[in-house]
Design a protein around this ligand. Structure first.
Ligand code: API
Length: 325
């Protein structure tokens, strides 16, 4: 086999650790080092654990850097900083801020001559691809996206950043009557905030102002302010006992008509035991695509819409035609 694609990971939380696991299953790639803000003792796989500030020395040793920080605060800063040195993949997922983030990444990656895949994961990401596909195939129709019930990493991370919060999980809960409404063809077009509830379980720091935390959550723009949001404060013991996992998933539907009374439903569904492990697996597949994109002269920021689907696969174009077409 040709040389392995050399990967670095920035950020060693759930997503970064998930990326490390995913890389073990992809033999055409190798993990070179993990970079984090705090000095780590060691990594799962034994590769060097370095500080973010030490990354520049790896410019010629890493082909693609996986940015595994959260969107609420990390990526806004880390994205442009790393794309000025490396080809990157990130999972920036604050939908309303994607255009501004794209502009910042386009500028830094164009200037450095690198390729940056932004907002990769399952939503945004795989769900976005399905929305595009269904809309192109069924121009007369309606889209519906349902998430959960599951733990949103983005929302949980946003809650954890509120002062006084020790740890937190946010469950996205779809309203069952809305899902039934889509299946029976009776649901009118809706916005996400009308068909989901957001349940937050929060462990507060001792002496924290609980009312202030609850208000900070419920009024947070883009994440909670449009939604029916419930906040429950729980002890650390209860949190560990009842909120250990990170399941997630959901459906994208498009219902459409190709002629009067001729109806179609396109549906794509995910059921995930671990949201971060799955999201990280998507990032890793896109790292391969970004490596090829850069080899083909790709410069600047790209989304899942701009990257050829075949480049996600380790198989060659000829193999794909023969085996999967
Ligand atoms: C939610 C959805 C799914 C987000 C998936 C991923 C994450 O509210 O549950 O943050 O976990 N936005 N971007």
């Amino acid at each position: 086999m040709s040389q392995k694609i050399r990967i670095g990971i920035v950020g060693y939380g759930n997503l970064g650790k998930g990326a490390e696991l995913a890389l073990r299953q992809n033999t055409d790639m190798e993990l070179v080092a993990v970079f984090s803000r705090r000095r780590l003792e060691k990594t799962l796989s034994g590769v060097p654990a370095l500080l973010v500030d030490e990354a520049e020395a790896y410019r010629d040793k890493i082909d693609v850097m996986l940015l595994c920080g959260g969107s609420a605060t990390d990526l806004i800063e880390q994205g442009p900083r790393f794309s000025s040195l490396f080809n990157t993949v990130d999972s920036f997922d604050t939908h309303a801020k994607i255009p501004a983030y794209y502009a910042a990444m386009e500028q830094s990656a164009k200037a450095s001559g690198k390729a940056a895949a932004i907002s990769v994961g399952w939503d945004p990401g795989l769900f976005s691809l399905n929305r595009l596909l269904a809309g192109a195939v069924l121009p007369q129709g309606t889209d519906y996206t349902f998430w959960g019930k599951g733990v949103s990493q983005g929302h949980s991370d946003a809650v954890r950043r509120i002062p006084g919060v020790k740890t937190a999980k946010q469950y996205t809960v779809p309203k069952q009557e809305a899902i039934s409404g889509v299946r029976s063809g009776t649901l009118p077009p809706v916005n996400a905030h009308e068909v989901h509830v957001r349940d937050c379980y929060v462990v507060a720091e001792p002496g924290a102002d609980l009312a202030a935390i609850e208000t900070a959550i419920k009024t947070m723009p883009h994440y909670f302010s449009d939604y029916e949001t419930h906040v429950s404060f729980v002890s650390e013991q209860e949190f560990e006992a009842s909120h250990a996992g990170t399941p997630h998933g959901g459906f994208v539907f498009r219902t459409g008509q190709t002629s009067p009374d001729v109806n179609h439903v396109m549906e794509f569904a995910l059921k995930l035991d671990s949201n971060p492990e799955f999201t990280a697996s998507v990032l890793v597949a896109y790292a391969r695509a970004v490596f090829r994109l850069a080899q083909h002269g790709g410069r600047g920021a790209y989304t899942v819409f701009d990257i050829p689907f075949g480049w996600l696969s380790p198989k060659s174009a000829a193999e794909l035609r023969q085996e999967l077409l």
